[in-house]
Each structure stands twice: as structure tokens, then as C-alpha cells.
Ligand binder design. Structure first.
Ligand SMILES: Cc1ncc(COP(=O)(O)O)c(C=O)c1O
Length: 459
């Protein structure tokens, strides 16, 4: 079959905040040009690459994505928590354009440049704790997690790693082993790396609401019995679990684990790859619990959409590996560093931590009101601009993945980008860009409300 390339709209709009901030559908979703591209995708791209909503994007900014058919969709996903500052944010565009004209790559480990150091200094300043810190830059979240494990093993001379139920840490071999959910992340991809163990999480909706300290002691007891602190290099945990279902552990869970790690020479690694950079109404989610991790992994929201990740932490741990033991060809690429500096400047100058808290308040009020009249919503949870609802069969309390899938599909058809998540596939998550206007956010939530009502009416 010969497929003809879809023709772009004659006047492709420029992205960024000046893009018209509206939901406007001019075709069905996905439209004909997007459908044609989906056919080409099937012929050209591995089937292993799944797509949540196959509308092919030509421009994005503020709180919208515009597709190749001319539809303007409300973005409540931020490319999975990446574009906190918005797509094509002006400072990021200017900084990257200027860097592009200067030089594109030298490899920091061959001939370095100052922006890498500036990003490290910013991360050392912004992450929790005022102790001496160091940072190292990589490309993806999974790469940051892999390297945090390398560093912790080198520092402690120990090998075992503990990750938690419902955890998601990436798709590389080591991080697949640390990720909890089989489908679609692990199925058929083993064997996985050894010396990775799993401990029970605090999941208030599904563990009887046990106290955070009790839940942590349950995990610690299992770790001591099955592994032993003398063999354990690190525990790694997302302070709010992302792909696992936006699970907020009960108060005291993280602090109790951290205290045990401190007492047992075990490195405490916070994976803030999804929660980081203003998203939760603090610069980092650990701040909600007042905890200071030994190492912290960041990515996603760090660079306005350019690929960059980092490990930041205690200087004595971070300085442990031998020179040449950490790095990579592209880690801390100059374009990504320029983007990160402009992104961090935007978070700070535009008070986006506060904006995330306000978005959380708006979403929280709307979703809580919805849950009050809809028993299918078992819980509204999250922090700041990282919120979720968990959907169940009200008769049994069992997770309702089918309902979740139907509601997400209905919302997509109405031009709102929403993502699912959760071990049981029954969580809808809200991750709007912090640049979204309030009216679009409310319109997106109204579309969700209507979709839930329509599904109920059809049942
Ligand atoms: C908490 C967490 N850790 C690690 C990763 C992996 O990041 P990446 O996809 O950039 O490798 C993700 C990605 O969703 C994540 O949410």
C-alpha cells in the first residue's frame, strides 16, 4: 500500500503561550490526517511503542496541543509531567536557540562547558537539605535511576536494592527489575538484574489505611528478615508513586524508612522524576514530608521538554565513584543544559510552585465535589498539580479498569488529553502544564464530569 504524506495545515501555528488557548474540534478525534499517520506509524515504527491518543501534534503551548487536522486539545498530561513550564516556553526557546547557534555538542567529559556546572549548582541549591551536595547529569529518568544505584553500591560496598510495590523506575534492564508492574513494562523482557528486592508500600486506600509508621515498620521488618541491612546498598522510593497510581503514602512512612536507612548505612534514594520541579506545590515532593534524601533522581520537568536527567546528593556519596565511572556521550548536552537553566529560572521567576498549589486546589475542589456524588470514585488523591481519581465498582470496591478505559476514551474524543495509570489500570491522573489557564483547566474537568455522567447513564 502506498501512503501519501498528510499535508500540514497551510499556516501551521507557532507553539508557545501565544497559541490560542481554546478547545476546538474541527474533525473527529483522531482526524483523517492523524489516522493516515497512524497507518504509516504501523508500517514504520515498532509495534512495541504504544500511543495513548494518536493525534499528531504540530504545535503546543500554554494548556493546548494543536494537531495536524487543526484540532486544539486541552492538555492535562504535560507529556507525562514534563512540560511544567509549558510547551515552547519563551525563556526555554530563547536559551536553546542561542545555544544552538553557539555549539551543539562537545561531550562534557571531553571538553566541558559552564552551563553543565550551572545546572549542577542549581540542583544542589534547590533539592532538599542544605548539606554539601554534588550532581551528575544524564539523558533519561531511567538512566538517572541506574546511576543512583551504581553510586550507592560503590559508596556502601553493598549490592542489594529495595524498591516498593507499585513502583515505576523505567524500562532499562535494571529499572525494569525495579518496576513493579508486569504488563506492559516487563512481560517477556527478562531475565532481570539480580539483587533487586521488593517491599510493601503504604497505600492508604488499599491497605486498610494503616498508619505510615506501622506501614514503614512492616516494610523494614521484611527487609531485615529477607535481605539484611548489611547487604543492602539502597532503598529507592517515589515520594508519590507515579505510574503505580499516584499513591501518596501515609504520613510518617517516608520519614520512618529514612531514619532506618540512616541508622543502618543504607542510602535513601528519592525518585522525584515525576514529582519533581514544582509539580506537587513544592519544588520537590519530599518537602511535603520534611525529609532530606541522601540521593535524589530528577528528569522530566527539569528542562522544558529537552532530554535531561540528574542525580543529586550528599557530596561524600556522590564523590565516591572513580573518575570516568559516571557519564555518557550526551549526558548534560549543552542544549539540554541551556533549556534546564531557562526552565528553572521560569519556575522561580514565575512562582510556579505557588501556581501548582493553586491548580491543586482548583482540581481538588472539583474532583472532591464529583466524588461526593459519584461512588465509583473511591478516592481523590495527590498533591498540587499531580492529582488522580481511583475508580472502582461501588458494589465491591474492586478496581474498575474497564470504566477507566471508557471514560478516558470518551474524554479523548472530546478533545482533552488525560492519562490513566495504576497497578490495576483504574486510576485517571491529572498533570496539567503549570501554564494552563484556569478556564481551560475547568473546561477539561467538566469534560471528565460529563463523560462519567454519560457512562453512568449508558450503564
Ligand atoms: C518515577 C519515575 N521514575 C523513572 C521514570 C523513567 O523515566 P524515563 O522515561 O525518562 O526513563 C519515570 C517515567 O515515567 C518515572 O515516572
Amino acid at each position: 500500500m502506498t501512503l501519501v504524506a498528510p499535508v500540514r495545515p497551510t499556516s501551521t501555528p507557532l507553539g508557545g503561550p501565544s497559541l490560542a488557548q481554546e478547545r476546538k474540534l474541527v474533525t473527529s478525534i483522531p482526524g483523517p490526517k492523524s489516522r493516515l499517520l497512524s497507518e504509516r506509524k504501523a508500517q514504520a515504527v515498532s509495534a512495541g511503542v504504544g500511543i495513548a491518543l494518536p493525534v499528531y501534534v504540530v504545535a503546543a503551548g500554554g494548556g493546548v496541543l494543536v494537531d495536524i487536522d487543526g484540532n486544539s486539545l486541552i492538555d492535562l498530561g504535560s507529556g507525562i509531567a514534563v512540560t511544567g513550564v509549558g510547551n515552547s516556553a519563551p525563556r526555554v526557546v530563547a536559551a536553546v536557540a542561542a545555544q544552538l547557534a553557539q555549539f551543539t555538542h562537545t561531550c562534557f567529559t571531553v571538553a566541558p562547558y559552564d552551563s553543565y556546572i550551572e545546572v549542577a549548582e542549581a540542583l544542589n541549591r534547590l533539592t532538599p537539605g542544605d548539606h554539601e551536595k554534588r550532581s551528575v547529569l544524564f539523558n533519561s529518568g531511567a538512566e538517572a535511576v541506574e546511576n543512583a544505584v551504581k553510586i550507592a553500591r560503590h559508596f556502601t560496598g553493598k549490592q542489594a536494592i529495595v524498591a516498593f510495590d507499585h513502583a515505576y523506575h523505567g524500562r532499562t534492564n535494571l529499572t525494569m527489575g525495579m518496576t513493579a508492574k508486569n504488563q506492559p513494562y516487563k512481560n517477556g523482557f527478562g531475565p532481570f538484574a539480580p539483587e533487586v528486592y521488593r517491599a510493601p508500600m503504604s497505600y492508604p486506600l488499599r491497605d486498610g489505611g494503616i498508619d505510615g509508621v506501622v506501614a514503614a515498620n512492616r516494610a523494614i521488618s521484611q527487609i531485615e528478615k529477607q535481605i539484611g541491612a548489611s547487604n543492602l546498598a539502597a532503598i529507592i522510593i517515589e515520594p508519590i508513586q507515579g505510574e503505580g497510581g499516584f499513591i501518596v503514602p501515609a504520613a510518617g512512612f517516608l520519614a520512618t524508612l529514612l531514619a532506618w536507612c540512616c541508622a543502618n548505612e543504607v542510602v535513601f534514594i528519592a525518585d522525584e522524576i515525576q514529582t519533581g520541579f514544582a509539580r506537587t506545590g513544592h519544588m520537590f515532593a519530599c518537602e511535603h514530608e520534611g525529609i532530606v534524601p541522601d540521593l535524589i533522581c530528577t528528569a522530566k520537568g527539569i528542562a522544558g521538554g529537552l532530554p535531561l536527567s540528574a542525580v543529586t546528593g550528599r557530596a561524600d556519596i556522590m564523590d565516591s565513584p572513580q573518575a570516568g565511572g559516571l557519564g555518557g556521550t550526551y549526558g548534560g548536552n549543552p542544549l539540554a543544559c541551556a533549556a534546564a537553566l531557562a526552565t528553572i529560572d521560569t519556575y522561580e521567576t514565575d512562582n510556579l510552585v505557588e501556581r501548582a498549589a493553586t491548580i491543586g486546589q482548583v482540581m481538588g475542589e472539583r474532583l472532591t465535589a464529583l466524588a461526593a456524588v459519584d461512588p465509583r470514585i473511591a478516592e481523590v488523591r495527590g498533591r498540587g498539580a499531580m492529582m488522580a481519581i481511583e475508580l472502582v465498582d461501588p458494589a465491591t470496591g474492586e478496581p474498575d479498569a474497564a470504566l477507566t478505559g471508557r471514560v478516558i476514551a470518551a474524554v479523548h474524543a472530546q478533545g482533552v488529553i488525560l492519562l490513566g495509570c495504576g497497578t490495576y489500570g483504574n486510576v485517571i491522573r491529572f498533570l496539567p502544564p503549570l501554564s494552563i489557564p484556569d478556564d481551560l483547566l475547568l473546561e477539561g474537568l467538566q469534560v471528565l464530569t460529563d463523560a462519567l455522567a454519560a457512562d453512568s447513564a449508558a450503564a
